[in-house]
Design a protein around this ligand. Structure first.
Ligand SMILES: *[C@@H]1O[C@H](CO)[C@@H](O)[C@H](O)[C@H]1NC(C)=O
Ligand SMILES: *[C@@H]1O[C@H](CO)[C@@H](O)[C@H](O)[C@H]1NC(C)=O
Ligand SMILES: *[C@@H]1O[C@H](CO)[C@@H](O)[C@H](O)[C@H]1NC(C)=O
Ligand SMILES: *[C@@H]1O[C@H](CO)[C@@H](O)[C@H](O)[C@H]1NC(C)=O
Ligand SMILES: *[C@@H]1O[C@H](CO)[C@@H](O)[C@H](O)[C@H]1NC(C)=O
Ligand SMILES: *[C@@H]1O[C@H](CO)[C@@H](O)[C@H](O)[C@H]1NC(C)=O
Ligand SMILES: *[C@@H]1O[C@H](CO)[C@@H](O)[C@H](O)[C@H]1NC(C)=O
Ligand SMILES: *[C@@H]1O[C@H](CO)[C@@H](O)[C@H](O)[C@H]1NC(C)=O
Ligand SMILES: *[C@@H]1O[C@H](CO)[C@@H](O)[C@H](O)[C@H]1NC(C)=O
Length: 825
């Protein structure tokens, strides 16, 4: 099975130390031949070279395979186009250094293309699986006359390079076999294409099938993400003489290979063990969006999207809308506003796979600004970007139409696309409006805010006093009053005796739970109407303020997604609010209970999300008083008999005049896991801090998990961080509660997750307002329009704790925390 060459035994001492271990040699010289049945074995014993027959063929080929692997896995074939028909072939090295395969009549069946002559040529199989020809006396171990790594077949081994030598004009590329029985060059090939700027291309014949890149200084961005491949170290070399992509293995004991299979799928394989065999580490193409140019020019492919293709954004329209609806996206999109060339602008698009760079130009040292000017100079320049994201330098500009773009939440890149100046005006207007509003806020918060608060307090005092007096008078007179008598007031006052009767003397069997400022009881009025009674506990110092607060607000609010206040009762030292009774209690009761959560199917959950959104929209924008709830959480969402959500607990709510959007408080009160960073840390609250809490709620509803206390075994992220991570990896659906059956509603689920993530973004300005949220949730067709969320606030558990510990903090049993902040500036 193996052979050792007679006279060279003693000349080749070093390699033979390895060889003797395996009982085989790795080297032959001009006097030696390898016959069919004999083999060379690489030092270390990983690879073996010899004659073989592929599949069911009887033809003989010289090839290389893994020696120590039970499954015959050929990684290289010498004479792939010219097989031997019998077993009489031999392999040898002829002077001045050509590797040849000879047939029975000593005819050359195949030969290496060695162009340099040396005196003592030897062929040696190296430990990496590289078969080389070199001079026996040559000291430089890397000086080869020829190497099989320059002539790969369908397999890329660690240590190989893919690319071009511009001096010799030779390209190293992979090509598939013709069939399992025939290793001749097949249809598919895998190239490093140096046109424009280097990219990896999979081709069928001469047609591009898939594309990865351009190289961004670290890797060729595109799913799958080779950054996550711990076994390889990728490198890229490019100058006038050559362009090569190389991958070196980090742990040489690892057995892995990268192949181009018969049907055009390239795969990275890893040998696990005898029982599991070869396992695919990743495959390219991996999804529909890997199809080259699927969405045409300025189209963007989105794996989760239905349909998969959409225009880059609303500034583009399908070129042929009829084709577009038939799922023929090949004509792509066009700008809705034509370019003028002279005064165009550039708009930023991020989270994408950069377009095909074969028609591009680059410079390694230019700054981004120089890059923009360069692009502006030429009317056919359509976009530019930073070339090297690692060094943050260089310039890459694209000419003509931009094709083969896909949205990529993980590893997505940024490019600046040339647009008509009219498209920018909209954005700039919005920006300057934003600026103005900021200034306005600053002044309004200080002036109007105070005025409103003062007026509000006066108003509170006024009714409170009036009612108290009213009550006092009646009480003094010894008369109880009932609902009817209070017709003219905003809200009825209940008599304590009515409440006592309804709740059976506040019997513990009627206790529904513990709210922010005291227990809540169920009751039934004489007419049979069920009520919930919030009773202020006597220990609660802040409770009375909160109760008043709630009374003021909720009395003025009417919306089907807000809990309805029926009245109140203040008598002696008892203070109570009376609500309509919600038979299904609160959302947390269902959501975080393993069995009850099953009752919440997706339709119900989506309905709940939408209901809360509408309720909040009403509070923020449509109600008479603009109200910030400040304590939105699952336990404050009550559910009626049909599982419609109703926002409750306005104890912490604050009202604002029409123009204000933000204020600061010294007393930060809210609930762990739902508080936005700017509120918890700086005491800044705005409608956007409610939006944050809403986002947390949405993610909780989708996942069925609490943000607070959520920990994932693989990383230290909380629910927000986890969801964001998955979204970046394009695996959003994994966030969803595994008990949900969402096969037919993936679009809604994905939309909800996207919206949730937008709402919990770190920066309040990035978060949408509730009207956009309601719009995004509802608008099915526009799902692709939802922008990509940036990093969420408080996305690691530790983040929360350390930030909060830096403030003095008190926590009470109901999970609420109070942080006393320094005096605002
Ligand atoms: C060959 O494989 C066996 C078992 O898979 C392993 O124990 C042995 O070390 C391997 N030998 C070499 C030279 O890799
Ligand atoms: C060889 O032929 C047999 C029978 O025709 C078939 O089942 C088998 O898959 C073939 N093997 C290969 C590698 O093509
Ligand atoms: C082929 O070459 C070998 C060695 O040079 C020689 O011994 C043999 O006779 C040759 N065979 C034929 C058929 O010429
Ligand atoms: C050996 O190869 C030569 C050259 O390729 C060819 O002419 C000859 O017919 C082959 N002989 C056999 C027995 O295949
Ligand atoms: C050897 O090189 C020549 C030109 O240099 C080329 O035409 C030929 O195809 C090459 N042969 C092989 C087997 O690579
Ligand atoms: C190539 O790989 C893909 C993905 O693993 C597989 O579905 C396909 O059958 C393979 N093609 C062949 C001809 O083995
Ligand atoms: C944009 O340009 C195209 C072709 O140059 C023209 O047909 C079209 O009417 C132009 N559209 C607008 C809005 O000017
Ligand atoms: C790249 O840009 C820099 C600065 O503009 C310039 O000095 C340099 O010559 C350019 N290099 C190439 C190759 O164009
Ligand atoms: C703009 O770029 C294209 C593509 O490289 C080139 O053909 C054309 O000559 C350039 N035009 C100008 C004015 O530089």
């Amino acid at each position: 099975m193996s052979r050792s060459g007679g006279s060279s035994w003693f000349l080749l001492i070093l390699p033979l130390i390895f060889s003797t271990i395996c009982g085989a040699t790795d080297t032959i010289n001009t006097d030696e031949i390898i016959r069919d049945g004999e083999t060379l074995v690489s030092p270390g014993g990983k690879f073996e070279l010899g004659f073989f027959s592929p599949g069911n063929s009887s033809n003989r080929y010289v090839g290389m395979w893994f020696k120590n692997i039970t499954e015959m896995t050929v990684v290289w074939v010498a004479n792939r186009e010219s097989p031997l028909t019998d077993t009489s072939g031999v392999l040898t090295v002829t002077p001045p250094g050509i590797l040849v395969i000879l047939n029975a009549t000593n005819g050359t069946v195949w030969s290496s293309n060695t162009s340099i002559a040396v005196k003592n040529p030897v062929a040696q199989l190296l430990g990496s699986g590289n078969l080389v020809i070199r001079d026996e006396k040559e000291k430089d171990p890397d000086n080869f006359l020829w190497q099989s790594f320059d002539y790969p077949t369908d397999t890329f081994l660690p240590g190989m390079s893919l690319g071009w030598n511009f001096v010799t004009g030779r390209e190293n590329y992979l090509s598939s076999w013709k069939s399992n029985d025939n290793p001749a060059t097949g249809e598919f090939s895998f190239h490093l294409d140096p046109t424009g700027y280097p990219q990896l291309l999979i081709k069928r014949g001469s047609a591009v099938q898939n594309r990865f890149g351009p190289w961004n200084g670290i890797r060729f961005p595109g799913p799958p993400n080779p950054r996550d491949d711990p076994t390889y170290k990728l490198s890229f070399e490019m100058d006038d003489k050559k362009v090569y992509f190389k991958s070196d293995i980090i742990d040489v004991s690892f057995v892995s290979r990268y192949t181009m299979n018969l049907s055009g799928v390239s795969q990275r394989w890893t040998w696990v063990d005898r029982t599991r065999g070869w396992v695919i580490y990743f495959s390219i193409p991996s999804d529909i969006c890997d199809n080259y140019k699927l969405c045409g020019a300025y189209g963007s492919c989105n794996v989760g999207g239905s349909p998969s293709c959409e225009c880059l954004d609303h500034r583009f329209v399908p070129k042929e809308p009829e084709g577009w609806v038939r799922a023929d996206w090949s004509n792509g999109c066009v700008r809705r506003a034509n370019l003028s060339c002279q005064d165009d602008v550039f708009l930023k698009y991020s989270g994408i796979k950069l377009p095909d760079a074969r028609n591009s130009w680059h410079n390694n040292t230019m700054t981004l600004d120089e890059c923009r000017l360069e692009c502006l100079k030429n009317c056919s320049c359509m976009a530019y970007t930073q070339l090297d994201t690692r060094r943050e330098s260089g310039c890459l500009i694209w000419y003509e139409e931009l094709v083969d773009i896909r949205s990529m939440s993980a590893d997505g890149l940024v490019m600046y696309v040339r647009m008509a100046s009219s498209e920018a005006e909209v954005k700039n207007a919005a920006e300057s409006k934003g600026k103005k509003r900021e200034i306005l806020i600053a002044s309004l918060v200080s002036v109007v805010g105070i005025v409103v608060l003062v007026l509000l307090s006066l108003y509170v005092c006024y009714i409170w006093k009036r009612k108290r007096n009213d009550l006092k008078t009646r009480k003094d007179q010894g008369t109880s009053f009932d609902v009817d008598h209070e017709k003219h007031s905003d809200l009825p006052f209940f008599d304590l005796s009515v409440i006592l009767k309804a709740t059976d003397q506040f019997s513990s069997s009627n206790k529904l739970g513990e709210g922010g400022f005291g227990p809540v009881y169920k009751g039934m009025l004489k007419g049979g109407q069920e009520i919930a009674v919030k009773r202020l506990s006597k220990e609660s110092s802040q409770g009375l303020d909160e109760l008043k607060n709630e009374f003021i607000f909720i009395a003025k609010l009417q919306h089907r997604n807000l809990v309805k206040l029926l009245g109140c009762c203040i008598q002696g030292d008892e203070s109570m609010l009376v609500y309509e009774y919600m038979p299904n209690k609160s959302l947390d009761v269902f959501l975080f209970d393993q069995t009850k959560s099953m009752l919440l199917d997706w339709q119900k959950r989506f309905n709940i999300i939408n209901g809360i959104a509408r309720g909040l929209l009403y509070l923020h924008e449509d109600s008479r008083l603009r109200i910030i709830h400040r304590d939105l959480k699952a336990s404050n969402i009550l559910l009626d008999s049909e599982m419609n959500p109703k926002i409750s607990d306005f104890g912490l709510a604050r009202s604002f005049g029409g123009n204000e959007t933000e204020a600061q408080t010294r007393r930060v009160v809210g609930t762990y896991g739902y508080m936005s960073p700017e509120y918890a840390v700086d005491g800044l609250f705005s409608v956007k801090s409610d939006v944050f809490s809403f986002g947390v709620l949405v993610l909780e509803i989708v996942s069925g998990k609490k943000n607070r206390g959520f920990t994932h075994s693989e990383h230290g992220l909380n629910l927000l961080g986890h969801a964001w991570q998955l979204e970046k990896e394009g695996r959003s659906l994994e966030v969803a509660d595994p008990t949900l059956d969402i096969d037919f509603q993936t679009a809604e689920v994905l939309r909800s997750i996207q919206v949730g993530l937008l709402c919990v973004q770190q920066n309040p300005e990035d978060r949408p307002n509730m009207s956009s949220v309601v719009f995004m949730l509802r608008n099915e067709a526009e799902s692709g329009e939802i922008p990509q969320a940036r990093q969420p606030g408080f996305f690691t558990q530790r983040d929360v704790i350390t930030r909060q510990n830096s403030n003095s903090m008190k926590a009470n049993s109901t999970n609420e925390i109070t942080i006393t902040m320094p005096e605002p500036r």
